[in-house]
Ligand binder design. Structure first.
Ligand SMILES: Cc1ncc(COP(=O)(O)O)c(C=O)c1O
Length: 371
């Protein structure tokens, strides 16, 4: 083939890809069933359906611009988030994963003698960092129906409380707070200290606009809503998260971590996030397929008399009679499937992340020998 013919056929191929992406929405996952480390990982809430094909395409196209600092992509992503959430771009901060912002918030609100209040068990990296700055972690157990105990959290706030943290939906249990109750909590507590609502799993839970505390931010309350591209958007390895809050708090938190000050997310990661954020069709597919897998696992648990806590997310927590570490090790040894053993207040649990149906079949086959 001569050079001109090659250029012509190459540009036709690119054109065909664009047309096919537009004409045929993505219906199937393109991520392999086995992780890059050789096993099925249902232990850390990675999205087994993987990212949008448009995000992969954006990753590829971005590579030749690896020489550029991501100033433009950073601003474009902030702008898109601000438009969708109806806030100013100055209220949006980005991080290399939402953990990056969590670290910034831990530093920004810490001082020796302060305390921070959260549910327990919960997702605790923020508290672990804050402890290093001399902050006491006040832990409030769940209610008897495995909900975040908003009443007791509010009662525990003192003049020394510098932050209240609520994970909604709650990790590791997968329950969701009543949106009206959480809204009243945020309104009332934020008069005394900022409230950080970690919505890492909110995309799985239903109508995000109804469930999210973003409305508190729009009302000007000192509430920080934390989101991530690592979960439903399937970009855990790309490391992009964001928070939306008041301009004042955005500036304060930003000054305490690398991405807040300068460029912490790569150009490639940001381009992937921008493409994924605009592909709401794939997000809806991921949400639907995750719900199908969750239903399949819960039906299986019911059929064998194994109790579990109803979840709205991509993981299900189930109390076990036997040692959960032993069960998890056996599943891994025999089936190459990794799940997460937990133990809270003397009770063992398995936390299983949802996967594709083939992966769930493999898991239930393994469980059938063990439960
Ligand atoms: C509740 C919750 N928040 C935040 C994160 C951090 O996610 P990332 O740093 O990948 O955005 C996780 C990760 O598992 C999580 O479970």
């Amino acid at each position: 083939m001569n050079r001109r013919a090659w250029i012509k056929s190459a540009s036709m191929a690119v054109g065909a890809t664009c047309v096919s992406q537009r004409a045929f929405p993505q219906t199937a996952a393109i991520t392999p069933l086995t992780s890059s480390h050789g096993f099925t990982n249902l232990s850390i809430n990675e999205n087994q359906f993987g990212p949008s094909i448009k995000a992969i395409s954006a990753i590829r196209s971005s590579l030749v611009y690896a020489n550029e600092y991501p100033l433009d992509s950073q601003e474009r992503l902030k702008q898109l988030i601000a438009e969708r959430e109806d806030v100013s771009p100055f209220q949006v901060i980005l991080g290399a994963g939402s953990s990056d912002i969590t670290m910034g918030a831990a530093s920004a609100f810490s001082a020796p003698g302060n305390n921070m209040v959260s549910s327990d068990p919960s997702f605790h990296p923020l508290m672990l960092w804050a402890k290093k700055f001399g902050v006491e972690h006040v832990k409030i157990p769940w209610t008897s129906d495995h909900q975040v105990d908003l009443t007791r959290i509010e009662e525990s706030i003192t003049v020394d409380t510098s932050l209240a943290y609520v994970c909604n939906p709650e990790n590791p249990v997968g329950t969701l707070a009543n949106p009206n109750e959480l809204y009243s909590f945020c309104k009332s507590v934020s008069e005394r200290c900022p409230v950080l609502v970690d919505e890492a799993y909110i995309d799985y839970a239903g109508d995000v606009n109804e469930l999210s505390m973003m409305r508190c931010v729009r009302e000007g309350l000192p509430v920080i809503v934390l989101r991530t591209f690592s979960k439903a958007y399937g970009l855990g390895g790309m490391r992009v998260g964001y928070a939306v809050t008041t301009r004042e708090l955005a500036e304060k938190i930003s000054s305490y971590y690398v991405t807040g000050i300068g460029c912490g997310c790569s150009h490639t990661s940001l381009e992937a996030a921008i493409a994924a954020y605009q592909d709401q069709e794939w997000l809806a597919t991921v949400r639907r397929r995750t719900a199908e897998s969750r239903k399949y696992l819960c039906n299986y648990y019911e059929s064998v008399g194994q109790s579990f806590i109803p979840s709205v997310t991509t993981f299900v927590l189930s109390p076990t009679k036997q040692n959960s570490k032993m069960i998890a090790d056996a599943i891994f040894g025999a089936y190459n499937v990794k799940v997460s053993p937990r133990s809270y207040f003397g009770q063992d649990y398995l936390r299983v992340s949802m996967g594709r149906m083939e992966q769930m079949n493999k898991l239930t086959e393994a469980l059938s020998y063990l439960l």
